[in-house]
Write a protein that binds this ligand. Structure first.
Ligand SMILES: [Fe+2]
Ligand SMILES: [Fe+2]
Length: 236
């Protein structure tokens, strides 16, 4: 698949893959691109164009993951992007999925037991996901920011390896939910409403997969290196 470059038009990103729009928005970049290039718009919006391209290309091509390049960016840049993504999940994706699920449930006829099971699976999933995001926003990210800026750690502070052990695979659970719907749901509902719900799950799964890849393969690796550096630094 063709990777995007700085001299490409920003509009070409969206025409090639409209799922990139929310990703672009996370950088504060909105529609109305005119004929401007990616480099021009990034300069206007004070966005690092190399980081922007690494993220949109990772999102576009499943086989593209510029690990060394991503590792070279500041963890603060990564955290900023990841936090914006969390806000997008909490403020937009989850309420949208819920709305679509409610719509399906309203169309259910006769025995709705399997649909109720999907709904309760979703509720449990949502609770777990919100806790996951909260832990990252309130504990993990502040720990990393402090480690990066001040190059120090409290003696009783959990290490990133300990956080990583508790880092649940929220994208896998979402895949389970999707498979439950596809394989085991009794088809006594409006199928157009159900397809919209399922489509939203597919989109969310893809977004979460890329999100987790950046956290696990990049951010965590950067923090392991930082922790090593702090540990080997002579006491002052
Ligand atoms: Fe996250
Ligand atoms: Fe995470």
């Amino acid at each position: 698949m063709k990777l995007f470059k700085k001299e490409d038009k920003m509009s070409s990103l969206v025409t090639a893959n409209c799922n990139l729009l929310p990703v672009i928005n996370r950088f504060g970049i909105r529609l109305g691109f005119k004929e401007k290039t990616i480099a021009e718009i990034c300069t206007e919006q004070d966005v690092n164009p190399d980081f922007f391209l690494a993220i949109v290309n990772t999102y576009t091509d499943e086989n593209y993951f510029p690990e060394q390049e991503l590792l070279s960016f500041s963890p603060l840049l990564l955290i900023d992007y990841l936090k914006n993504t969390h806000n997008y999940y909490i403020g937009y994706v989850l309420p949208k999925i819920e709305r679509l699920l409610t719509k399906v449930m309203e169309t259910c006829r006769d025995n709705c037991d399997s649909l109720k099971m999907i709904s309760s699976f979703y509720k449990k999933y949502k609770t777990e996901l919100l806790l996951h995001l909260k832990t990252e926003d309130e504990k993990v990210f502040p720990y990393i920011v402090n480690l990066y800026k001040n190059r120090n750690r409290q003696p009783d502070q959990k290490s990133i390896a300990e956080y990583e052990d508790e880092h649940t695979n929220v994208e896998e659970k979402l895949s389970d939910l999707k498979n439950l719907v596809i394989k085991y749901l009794d088809p006594n509902y409006d199928h157009n409403a159900m397809n919209e719900f399922l489509l939203a799950l597919f989109q969310f799964e893809k977004d979460l997969y890329d999100h987790a890849r950046i956290e696990d393969a990049i951010l965590v690796q950067q923090v392991i290196m930082l922790e090593e550096e702090v540990k080997t630094k002579p006491a002052q």
